[in-house]
Design a protein around this ligand. Structure first.
Ligand code: UDP
Length: 253
């Protein structure tokens, strides 16, 4: 059997050529990185959880009419996706101050923002994904004004959906990142949500305790990342059957 062709290997995922033209297979690795690759580890089971969680969120978005690149999950670590032309931006939506925003503006982590704020970073690891104003994006031709209007509207819809779903399971959606790609149908272009949506690219805090259930657990050495992601998957009812959380044995006197 011919080996399938690797298209691209990133920090947390690999893209292979798909079974039909215009498709890719997206493979979720267990690798975790933070600080633009400065901190690295392998977290057993992370890829399996993120594959399920991204499937859950992308399917949910499609169900409310937000187009995504997702076609179907193939197995524990792989999903079939539409091939898209990725817009080289990280689209970040924030509901509460955290991370780079809290640092840049000297704000307290968790401070509520007056309204959801959408911001953009240029996807460029060498430059450390710098924050870029819309003016740059349009002037340099990374996206048009019409694209940006669509992207902001789409990002805010994704935020409403994700905030609601997470709120329903007692989790606060502090912020998240999405990527958007173009799909061409002859001369007609559509923008779709691409890449992944998972706790790798969101900040998720337990509403009651404030406990972090996202990649900050890894970035800040706060405990077990797989426990945190398993908890998110468990609450959403998407825990894969082979990732079980058995209670630790207790001594009976
Ligand atoms: N984010 C991401 N990939 C990146 C940068 C950020 O998925 O390369 C996510 C991050 O997990 C958080 C949100 O985008 O949910 C905002 O991140 P921030 O700008 O605060 O950067 P950070 O503090 O993560 O460096």
């Amino acid at each position: 059997m011919a080996r399938r062709k690797l298209v691209y290997e990133g920090k947390a995922k690999i893209l292979y050529e798909g079974p039909e033209p215009g498709t890719f297979v997206q493979y979720f690795k267990d690798d975790a990185t933070a600080g633009n690759g400065a901190k690295k580890d392998v977290i057993e089971g992370k890829g399996v959880l993120n594959n399920r969680l991204s499937e859950f969120f992308m399917t949910g978005l499609q169900n409310i009419g937000i187009p995504t690149h997702f076609i179907r999950r193939l197995n524990m670590r792989e999903q079939l996706i539409r091939q898209v032309e990725i817009i080289p931006l990280e689209i970040i939506v924030r509901n509460f101050a955290a991370g780079s925003m809290a640092k840049r503006l000297g704000m307290e982590e968790g401070a509520a923002l007056p309204r959801p704020i959408v911001e953009f970073s240029l996807k460029d690891d060498k430059l450390g994904d710098p924050l870029v104003p819309e003016e740059y994006i349009i002037a340099f031709g990374w996206a048009s004004q019409a694209d940006m209007d669509d992207i902001v509207a789409m990002a805010l819809r994704v935020n409403d959906f994700m905030s609601g779903v997470m709120h329903g399971v007692g989790i606060k959606l502090v912020d998240f990142k999405i990527e958007v790609g173009r799909i061409w149908d002859n001369d007609y272009m559509r923008l779709v949500v691409a890449d992944e949506i998972s706790p790798d690219s969101c900040r998720l805090w337990d509403i009651e305790s404030g406990q972090k259930l996202d990649k900050d657990v890894f970035r800040q050495d706060l405990g077990s990342l797989s426990d945190a992601y398993t908890e998110v998957a468990r609450r959403l009812g998407v825990l894969p059957s082979n990732v079980t959380h058995r209670p630790k044995p207790t001594l009976i006197n």
